[in-house]
Design a protein around this ligand. Sequence first.
Ligand code: HEC
Length: 120
Amino acid sequence: MRPLLRLALATAPLLLAACGLFYTDMEDWACPPEGTQLTYENFGAAFMNAHCQSCHGSTATDRAGAPGEFIFDTHSQIQRHRARIFARSAAENDSMPPGPDDPTLDDRMKLADWLACGAP
Ligand code: HEC
């Protein structure tokens, strides 16, 4: 195989992943059979405040380009957008936040369960 083609094939998955074309959908993540103990009060609000609201909050002073319809101030706003929040931030989806202070993988796994169980 020609070296350039080989290189292109080897890097394609990395590039696609970096572009966010490969990610896990909320639909493909099962809420555990026993449900979840995680709630907006004991997990969701703190997670979103710590990792998202600096850009996505309605009072953010520098949204850094975060779209105006994606505001996560309230429980119902988060529930409404939960499929997109999942796609960007839950489980191994890590395109949000843009970094460098990422949540731990453990916290992203909790986010995945919480959202997949309906973000109670
Ligand atoms: C440093 C600023 C910043 C932080 C922090 C941040 N975002 Fe974003 N967000 C953006 C920008 C800029 C865009 C628009 C560009 C894009 O979509 O990549 C965006 C877009 C989005 C969108 C809408 C696009 C889509 O895919 O539907 C969602 C949902 C989102 N972010 C979720 C989150 C979540 C969840 C967090 C926290 C875990 C977060 N963001 C943290 C800057 C930020």
